[in-house]
Design a protein around this ligand. Structure first.
Ligand code: DOR
Ligand code: ZN
Length: 335
């Protein structure tokens, strides 16, 4: 049977939540990944040194062993330099949300006035703290990411020493931005390598495929696949796995988020194998992130097998993508 080995997989964009959800969900990622960038959009968001230390402790208490590193983030505000210096050793990045654009982002940024942001972003540049951005405007839902490209341009040119990560990109427009500015990078989810809008609302409405940014057009999917499959050095895997309880997804006013954490590596193997690019998966799922973020994860070896795997119908009440469906790869062993 065909197998494929991955070393130190990293998930560079992950939602773990808090409380019982955290306890149930964090072990799923800790099992197969060496580390993950942890999103700060709790209620209330993670905005202080005390918050971030305490949240990291709760995450470590929820995972069954020490072989998992939560790379912590705080929620962007126009912080001053003294604060950033005090928190720099505890965090790997700062996550910026436009206000109200997605789940728990109400306290985000309501104006992208570069001069107002300058003190914070210059301090982040000096302290080498990367800025992760949820790049969507409040425009028409299919155009939100493309419309945000002008904000990326002005951030990238105004702060040339700031590492800016375009999170969970979904469009050809974002792919094209990567080569325009040295300081722009991107994460790509596994669901955006598989879905278009048709898989969300083209037939029956599929709430478990609904997320922000929403899956786009076939040509966008092709652009994402192209850049991921060749493991372009400026792209990294970031699942954006976003657990919500079943009743929050299967309801009117369905929450945004696709839950992929326990099947992400299996799906990535399936996609890369389908295009005969398995040799590039290690770079996409770990090596690029190590160079971009300058991190050295704990050793972990994951062996995957090319055999059918039936995705469970839920994980502690959270419905995964492809629930009850059969996918082509399974995790065989983790060391
Ligand atoms: O679909 C999403 N869900 N997109 C986000 O940006 C946030 C996430 C969540 O926290 O549920
Ligand atoms: Zn996210």
């Amino acid at each position: 049977m065909k197998t494929h080995t991955l070393l130190m997989p990293l998930d560079m964009h992950l939602h773990l939540r808090d409380g019982v959800m955290l306890e149930n969900i964090a072990p799923l990622t800790a099992y197969s990944f060496s580390g993950a960038i942890i999103m700060p959009n709790l209620v209330p968001p993670v905005t202080s040194l005390k918050d971030v230390k305490a949240y990291k402790e709760r995450i470590m208490a929820a995972v069954p062993n020490d072989y998992f590193e939560p790379y912590m983030t705080i929620f962007y505000k126009n912080y001053d330099k003294a604060f950033l210096e005090s928190v720099a050793d505890e965090i790997t990045a700062i996550k910026l949300y436009p206000a109200g654009i997605t789940t728990n982002s109400e306290d985000g940024v309501s104006s992208f006035d570069i001069e107002k942001m300058r003190p914070t972003l210059e301090a982040m540049s000096a302290l080498e703290i990367p800025l992760c951005v949820h790049g969507e405007t409040d425009g028409f839902v299919m155009d939100r990411e493309a419309e945000f490209m002008s904000v990326y341009e002005s951030l990238a040119t105004s702060f040339p020493n700031l590492k800016i990560i375009m999170e969970h990109i979904t469009t050809k427009a974002a792919v094209e931005m990567l080569d325009k500015h040295d300081n722009l990078y991107a994460t790509i989810t596994v669901h955006h390598l598989l879905l278009t809008l048709d898989d969300v609302i083209g037939g029956m409405m599929m709430p478990h495929n609904f997320c922000k940014p929403i899956a786009k057009r076939p040509e966008d999917l092709d652009a994402l696949l192209n850049i991921a499959l060749k493991a372009h050095p400026k792209v990294m895997f970031g699942s954006d796995s976003a657990p919500h309880p079943k009743d929050k997804k299967e309801s009117s006013g369905c929450a945004a988020g696709v839950f992929t954490a326990p099947i992400a590596l299996q799906l990535l193997c399936e996609i890369f194998d389908q295009y005969n690019k398995l040799d590039n998966l290690q770079t996409f799922v770990s090596d690029n992130a190590q160079s971009i973020y300058r991190i050295c994860p704990e050793f972990k070896e994951i062996i995957l097998e090319n055999r059918p795997f039936v995705v469970p119908d839920n994980y502690s009440g959270v419905i995964p993508m492809y629930a009850k469906e059969t996918i082509g790869w399974a995790i065989e062993n983790v060391e």
